[in-house]
Ligand binder design. Structure first.
Ligand SMILES: [Zn+2]
Length: 129
């Protein structure tokens, strides 16, 4: 059974897949963040746009190029099922097409609309080494 790319340790079929297919919604901001990372790994543009807050959603999204190699959740604040908003701080590891390894650290903001969580925006810090 394939492990989920989000690094939860669970199987993809039981972890992020139900979110990506629309079968269920992520119950917390962290679960949504993990599923969005998995969507980047799988280059699932439609899921990324679908889970972007309508106020900040881009028209198009480039998910090509590079390879995502791992996700670490550093911190979460609020973002539980009963909260209206929350933040997740994470580091994502990637390799560029040229073969360079890098990390991206982001402090992301999420909002809940009804029973669904949406990505609003984030402060990104790149790291060349
Ligand atoms: Zn997952």
């Amino acid at each position: 059974m394939a492990q989920c790319p989000c690094g939860s340790g669970g199987a993809f079929s039981d972890c992020c897949r139900p979110f990506l297919t629309g079968k269920s919604h992520a119950a917390t901001a962290e679960a949504l963040m993990r599923s969005r990372y998995t969507a980047y790994v799988r280059r699932d543009r439609s899921y990324l746009l679908r889970t972007w807050h309508p106020d900040t959603r881009p028209v198009t999204l480039d998910v090509d190029g590079g390879t995502w190699q791992g996700l670490e959740i550093l911190a979460t604040e609020h973002g539980q099922a009963a909260d209206a908003s929350g933040t997740v701080t994470f580091v994502a590891h990637f390799a560029s097409d040229a073969g360079d390894n890098g990390t991206m650290r982001e402090h992301s903001r999420f909002e809940r609309l009804g029973d669904e969580w949406f990505y609003v925006d984030g402060d990104v810090k790149g790291d060349g080494g």
